[in-house]
Design a protein around this ligand. Sequence first.
Ligand SMILES: O=C(CO)[C@H](O)[C@H](O)COP(=O)(O)O
Length: 294
Amino acid sequence: MAEKGTWTVKKGLAEMLKGGVIMDVTTPEQAKIAEEAGACAVMALERVPADIRAAGGVARMADPTVILRIMDAVTIPVMAKVRIGHFVEAQILEQLGVDYIDESEVLTPADEQHHIDKHKFKVPFVCGARNLGEALRRIAEGAAMIRTKGEPGTGNVVEAVRHMRMMMAEIRRVQNMPREELMALAKEMGAPYELLLQVAEQGRLPVVNFAAGGIATPADAALMMQLGADGIFVGSGIFKSKNPSARARAIVAATTHYNDPQVLAEVSKDLGEAMPGLEIATIAPEQRMQDRGW
Ligand SMILES: O=C(CO)[C@H](O)[C@H](O)COP(=O)(O)O
């Protein structure tokens, strides 16, 4: 059996989630709804991003009691969020035995300059990124999974699209570049050269890349998959909609059958109202979650 905490195991765990939907949940009841709808994992947190946005103040790691109750309620992997740079919250989550930690911009950052040294942990980490340089910096720190950031809690997919298009365009550029130009690009992107070289050779990130932030409909999920996402994170889109179970099932089906318009048309019917959306231009700069971290 592979030893827990090695790079291969950490990365492999994320690969097993490929093609699936990871759903934010705040209670064991929501976790059961997610599992029954076919989620490949759940993410335990105190409030979904739309509620974090509305509440203001400091958003922290969820109460361990709630996380443990969620772990008891489901058989699928349970992830949980820590604040950027808050390595003690991560120590606590590792102690609780969660399957994955999300060092997330959705919570209030604890450190404005430094992310967690994720190599120190046996539990794997996922981190957000808006472009290739940011993704490779997080991977260099030990992230075994990446998700594009989008703008969480808005129900507006436009930023998720922007970040995924940016990531894929940069990967294509690197792939087609003469090798002697890579070092200068590594310097410009602030990306480790060895990782950039891997991207050039493999034509993809060294770890799986899900899409997150603002996905609210089955069509949004399929759009992100067609743009190249390996899977989907949905938070507010499900539990801030009128019928969470139906919408959760539909988003799972749309993620699986993302290239089949007939299925997409079918699963998009009769879902009740989607979450209310937010125009990105109306968000004050200091409330933009995607700009947290670097
Ligand atoms: O993984 C996440 C960020 O850490 C969230 O699950 C994701 O960003 C949720 O965003 P939204 O509420 O817009 O679906």
